[in-house]
Design a protein around this ligand. Sequence first.
Ligand SMILES: [Zn+2]
Length: 302
Amino acid sequence: MTDSAASAGTTGFDQVLAFTVPERNARGRVVRLGPVLDDVIAAHAYPAPIRHLLAEALVLAALLGSLLKDDQGQLTIQAQTQDGVVDLLVCDYRAGELRGYARFDRARLDDLGPNPTLHALFGDGYLAITFDLATAGQRYQGIVPFEGDTLAAACESYFFQSEQIPTLIRVAVRSEPGGCVAGGLLLQHLPEGEEGRERLHVQLDHPEWEHMRIMGGAVSRAELVDPALDLERLLWRLFHEESEVRIAQGARISKGCRCTSEYYRSVLSRFGPDEREEMRNEEGLILVDCAFCSRVFEIDLD
Ligand SMILES: [Zn+2]
């Protein structure tokens, strides 16, 4: 490993590190979230299993979103089912801003006990992952069923099935009374280079990837959420036998939402007068709900 690890500086919470292992044609992201999780979660009065699930999804959104090269691009993770206890979970990432919410049946959730499995929460659900490249006006979406035990496993199969990129993802969440800490590692093998999207076959047993998968897979849940362990240090532990690992600071992560009265006013102005009239309540106001912020806006169009 070269000196670039040292020059990247220390990493606190709510920061993504990007790294590449050039000799192995591998790239990755590592992230540890703290205060931003509390910011997003504080908007909602969610029970522990839902907070845990949302924290895991937010880590995934940060890992996947930080792969976007387009500064104005957006990554959206949406988990959905017909009649699951959780019927909808949405997280998105844009320019370092994260937000997310879940919709669930509280009574049925209580029946599941403190540590429900992903299958107990979602039943036969699926995960939709969407990359919106604003600048290029392109959109890529892949939909995968929940086959593994975790949202991270479903994201791995998205990359395998939709992008033909061998991918390893590990996520850990530690909830404490004082707040939540979560961390994640994403590792990918791109033997054709970063730009080539045409991959006719995925070689999961490529020796480079086998090696990287074992090295990266050695990361423990405790390491991912240990605030005393810098992310640079974590990468050094995993990959110090490599001749070169390049590390770059990625985006700082914060909570962000686009909900403002001005925004909703402009959206509502696109409806016809009759439709707007129907939306008004007795006081003449239109109530708009931002599910990401659990906040209701009273819009007065006059
Ligand atoms: Zn909002």
